[in-house]
Design a protein around this ligand. Structure first.
Ligand code: THU
Length: 132
């Protein structure tokens, strides 16, 4: 299907997930507007709150390379159910997505559904809310 190539990248990077505490592996692959792909997996820590989600690893890799507009992001995890980005990741994603961005949520079999940012985070807090 259309987004298989991006889901495949998310499935591949999930192998690198560092998850000694939850055992729940997540992979994410960001396709930027300049057609580059940045991948990320979740990275946990003995100080549990210091864990970083796969989506934020992938997004920060892209942004740190100067890529600030996401065309699509695929997310997958060790679940029979489709994995959606957590609340913090939705907030981070909204900073770098627009109304065209495709959010591809997949399960461990690689089956996926497509969403828009607005579907997963309606009424976002954004830079427009900051009167600066
Ligand atoms: N996790 C992600 O990587 N992305 C999400 O959107 C949901 C949660 C990770 C964090 C933690 O390492 C594990 O999944 C269990 O919560």
């Amino acid at each position: 299907m259309k987004w298989d190539f991006l889901v495949d990248e998310a499935v591949k990077v999930k192998e690198h997930a560092y998850v000694p505490y939850s055992g729940f592996r997540v992979g994410a692959a960001v396709l930027t507007h300049s057609e580059k792909i940045y991948t990320g997996c979740n990275v946990e820590n003995a100080s549990y709150g210091a864990a970083i989600c796969a989506e934020r690893v992938a997004v920060t890799k892209a942004v740190s390379e100067g890529e600030t507009l996401i065309k699509a992001i695929a997310v997958t995890g060790d679940s029979d159910d489709i994995v959606f980005p957590c609340g913090i990741c939705r907030q981070v994603l909204t900073e770098f997505c627009n109304s065209e961005t495709v959010i591809i949520c997949s399960n461990k079999k690689g089956e996926y559904r497509e969403y828009k940012m607005e579907d997963i985070l309606p009424h976002p807090f954004s830079k427009a809310d900051l009167n600066i």
